[in-house]
Design a protein around this ligand. Structure first.
Ligand code: C2E
Ligand code: MG
Ligand code: MG
Ligand code: MG
Length: 279
C-alpha cells in the first residue's frame, strides 16, 4: 500500500512539475511578443495626502492582457521578465508611457501630480540614466514629477554601484522611494548613505495595524524613523477607515490603498482627477 501511495505522489508531483514548466514556457513565449502586440498597459493608483485626502501622486502599475493567456498578474510575469532580461525593454516602455501620460495630464491642469514607476534590479544595471533622460526629454515631463520605486534588496545587492546610480538619478532632479520598506533584511545604515526621499511602509505591516500591537509598533517606528531622517512616508495597502485613522494620528504623510482608490485605468484616473478638482 505504501508503495502505491508513493508512486501516486510521484505521479502527482511530476504532473505538477509538467504543468508548471508548460506555463513557464507559455508565459515566456507570450512575453517575448507582448510589447510588439501592444498587450501591456499601465494602471494608476493614487497616493493621497493623509490630512487633506487630496491626490498628490500616482503609482504606475504594469498590466499584461495576453491574447492567448488572458490577464496575467505582475506578481507572476515580472519575476519571469527579470529572469529572462526582458524586464529592461518592458520597464523602459513603462517609464516612457508613464512620463508621456503624466505630461499630458500636467497640460490639462494637473501639474501638481507626480508619477511613480517601479524599477527592477536589472534596470539599475542597464542604462537607466539615459533611459530616464530620454523619457523626460521626449515627454516634456519635469524631472521633479517623476519618482522611482526601488526595494531595499535591489539597492543592497551592490551598494557601491547603487550609490553611484542613485546619485546620478537624483542629479537629474527626480525622487527616490524605497518600496515595501521593512520587508528586506538589510541594515538600516543604507538610509543615510543613499539619496532617498521616501519610505513606503509595506502592506504586510499595515494590514493588521489595528489588531496586532507589534505591527502598530513597527509602523509607528517607521514613521518616526522617516521623519527623523527628513524623509516622506507613505503607507501602502490601506483598506479600512480604522487603518487610515491610525496612520493619520501617527503622522503618516501619504496613504495608498483600496479604501481610497484601487489602481485605475488612465480614463478613470483622469475622471477622478477632474472630479476632485471640481468638488
Ligand atoms: P508594489 O509596487 O508594492 O505595488 C503595490 C501592489 O499592491 C500592487 O499590486 C497594488 O495593486 C496592490 N495594492 C494596492 N493597494 C492595495 C490594497 O489596499 N490592498 C491590497 N491587498 N493590495 C493593494 P500589483 O499591481 O499586482 O503589483 C504587484 C507588484 O508588481 C508591485 O508591487 C511591483 O513590485 C511589481 N510591479 C508592478 N508594475 C511594475 C513595473 O512597471 N515594473 C516593475 N519592475 N515592477 C512592477
Ligand atoms: Mg511600488
Ligand atoms: Mg510596495
Ligand atoms: Mg510589493
Amino acid at each position: 500500500h505504501a508503495k502505491s501511495l508513493g508512486r501516486n505522489n510521484y505521479q502527482f508531483y511530476t504532473e505538477k512539475l509538467n504543468q508548471y514548466a508548460t506555463r513557464h514556457v507559455q508565459l515566456e513565449a507570450g512575453l517575448k511578443k507582448a510589447l510588439q502586440d501592444n498587450e501591456f498597459h499601465l494602471v494608476y493608483q493614487p497616493k493621497f495626502n493623509v490630512e487633506t485626502q487630496q491626490i498628490v501622486g500616482l503609482e504606475a502599475l504594469l498590466r499584461w492582457e495576453s491574447q492567448e493567456l488572458g490577464i496575467i498578474s505582475p506578481v507572476e510575469f515580472i519575476p519571469l521578465a527579470e529572469e529572462t532580461g526582458m524586464i529592461n525593454q518592458i520597464g523602459n516602455w513603462a517609464i516612457n508611457q508613464a512620463c508621456c501620460q503624466l505630461a499630458l495630464w500636467h497640460g490639462q491642469g494637473f501639474e501638481h501630480i507626480a508619477v511613480a514607476v517601479n524599477l527592477s534590479a536589472r534596470q539599475l544595471k542597464a542604462d537607466i540614466i539615459s533611459t530616464i533622460e530620454v523619457a523626460l526629454a521626449v515627454s516634456g515631463l519635469p524631472a521633479h514629477a517623476l519618482e522611482l520605486e526601488l526595494t531595499e534588496s535591489m539597492i543592497m545587492g551592490n551598494p557601491q554601484d547603487s550609490v553611484a546610480v542613485l546619485s546620478q538619478l537624483k542629479a537629474l532632479g527626480l525622487t527616490i522611494a524605497i518600496d515595501d520598506f521593512g520587508t528586506g533584511y538589510s541594515s538600516l545604515s543604507y538610509l543615510k548613505r543613499f539619496p532617498i526621499d521616501t519610505l513606503k511602509i509595506d502592506q504586510e505591516f499595515v494590514r493588521d495595524i489595528t489588531e496586532d500591537p507589534d505591527d502598530a509598533a513597527i509602523t509607528s517606528a517607521i514613521i518616526t524613523l522617516a521623519h527623523s531622517l527628513e524623509l516622506n512616508v507613505v503607507a501602502e495597502g490601506v483598506e479600512t477607515q480604522e487603518q487610515l485613522n491610525f496612520l493619520r494620528d501617527g503622522g503618516c504623510d501619504q496613504v495608498q490603498g483600496f479604501l481610497l482608490s484601487k489602481p485605475l485605468t488612465a480614463i478613470n484616473c483622469l475622471a477622478l482627477l477632474n472630479q476632485e478638482k471640481n468638488s
